[in-house]
Design a protein around this ligand. Structure first.
Ligand code: 5RP
Length: 226
């Protein structure tokens, strides 16, 4: 019996997300390896949509290469749907995001969308958020202070590096990754950390949670609604 690889599951949910795309409209598009599958599938519908608002330079390049028009977030009022992956998602649709460092633009687009459809393989479903290192985008000047604040909460935080130097996001900022947290109350946690000086975006998506999750499982795509 053949088993589906994680990559196969990503392809499955990427295709399944097409049914949430509204013809004639602009679709919100996230970032990551699962979303890349969605973008590739979206090319089959490019004649039916106006285009996309994209959450990263990487997704923008991929969309444009496939001939899909990309709009600036400011040119668009409300989006019907935002389709994006997650690093973790719980039974309420609360997520950890930002493994691909695109969390700030992801949260902006999620906020301007009526529905967040999360696409993920089943390894991403958790009881409590916090096993995946929590990404936090910070103003570089605040990095050490933010690291200390997480230490006081019992977490271990470190600056994300790329090729030995601090990773710089599409917004010119840095990322701190935090381990050792059990985020029992994601709404309260997101509210609190968002107010720390120098924090641009915390990778807990509770106020901008998913309404739907298309979960890739060994027995096919499971639709969870929250
Ligand atoms: C990028 C994200 C991604 O959605 C998240 O990291 C999941 O990525 P992948 O689909 O590659 O597992 O939040 O900032």
């Amino acid at each position: 019996m053949s088993t589906l690889s994680q990559d196969d599951l990503k392809t499955l949910v990427g295709h399944a997300a097409l049914k949430y795309v509204v013809p004639g409209e602009i679709v919100g598009v996230g970032t990551g390896s699962t979303v890349n599958k969605f973008i590739d599938a979206l090319a089959s519908m490019k004649g039916e949509i106006k285009g996309a608002v994209s959450s990263s330079n990487a997704s923008t390049e991929r969309l444009k290469a496939l001939g899909i028009a990309v709009f600036d977030s400011n040119e668009v009022d409300e989006l019907s749907v935002y389709i994006d992956g997650a690093d973790e998602i719980d039974g309420h649709g609360f997520m950890i995001k930002g493994g691909g460092a695109a969390l700030t633009r992801e949260k902006i687009i999620a906020a301007q969308s009526r529905q967040f459809v999360c696409i993920a393989d089943e390894s991403k479903l958790v009881e409590t958020l916090g096993k995946f290192p929590l990404p936090v985008e910070v103003i570089p000047m605040a990095t050490q202070r933010v690291i200390k604040q997480f230490r006081a909460l019992g977490g271990a935080a470190q600056l994300r590096l790329s090729n030995g130097i601090p990773l710089v996001t599409d917004n010119g900022q840095h990322i701190v990754d935090v381990t050792g947290l059990q985020i029992a109350d994601p709404l309260a946690f997101e509210t609190a950390v968002s107010q720390w000086p120098g924090v641009v975006t915390v990778g807990v998506f509770a106020h901008q949670k998913a309404q739907v999750c298309l979960l890739g499982t060994a027995s096919g795509v499971k639709t969870l609604t929250f």
